[in-house]
Ligand binder design. Sequence first.
Ligand SMILES: N[C@@H](CCC(=O)N[C@@H](CS)C(=O)NCC(=O)O)C(=O)O
Length: 214
Amino acid sequence: MIDALTLWGYWRSSTSYRIRIALGLKSLRHDYRPINLKLGEQKSEDYLAVNPHGTVPLFQAGDVQMTQSLAILDWLDATYPDPAFVPTDAPELCRDLYYAVATEIHAPNNLAVLKYLRTEFGADQAAIEAWYATWIAKTFAPVEARLAAHTWASPDLPFGQPTLFEIVLIPQVYNARRWKTDLLAYPLIAKIDAHCATLEAFDRARPENQIDAT
Ligand SMILES: N[C@@H](CCC(=O)N[C@@H](CS)C(=O)NCC(=O)O)C(=O)O
């Protein structure tokens, strides 16, 4: 078994947040190396030499090095199968909701895109907030409807256990709140979020609980 796990991340990065939750759920100890996105450390020569994407997370386990959060989640689940990230009940729905949340919201709302909107299109703060809320609603609305149509495996979690879906959902709920998006329209998503907040792996992974939080 691989023993040295290292995560380069940033406290407010939602993709780093995904990996922190996953490592916690698998009870995996790891070194955390902060990369300050605000100071542009992700574009430093030294960092780019290791991660040419110039983004976080960066994950290392022995000889394995990965830069994509979903690939890292796949690797963690394959390498450390217990507890499983995909439920035996309704695995297809779980994966479908996981990909919806993981791929449709973060891509248009990530830091580099928001910066581009500001610098190349002159978007002001109000325009950026409207943009942000648009992409959250576009995915949260159908996810909420599908959660309502599903028979939940437990009162607080649709699949009865934390899965890939919750691992990517909770960081997006955190971001939605931060960007003043009203969550009243998504009571089931809010319920899942409230339950996850009671679980140690999710609590320890919260941005405010990281050593680089300011
Ligand atoms: N596809 C990558 C995206 C990583 C990504 O965009 N990370 C953001 C933080 S959440 C970042 O490092 N942004 C800094 C930048 O683009 O300069 C993943 O899923 O891990």
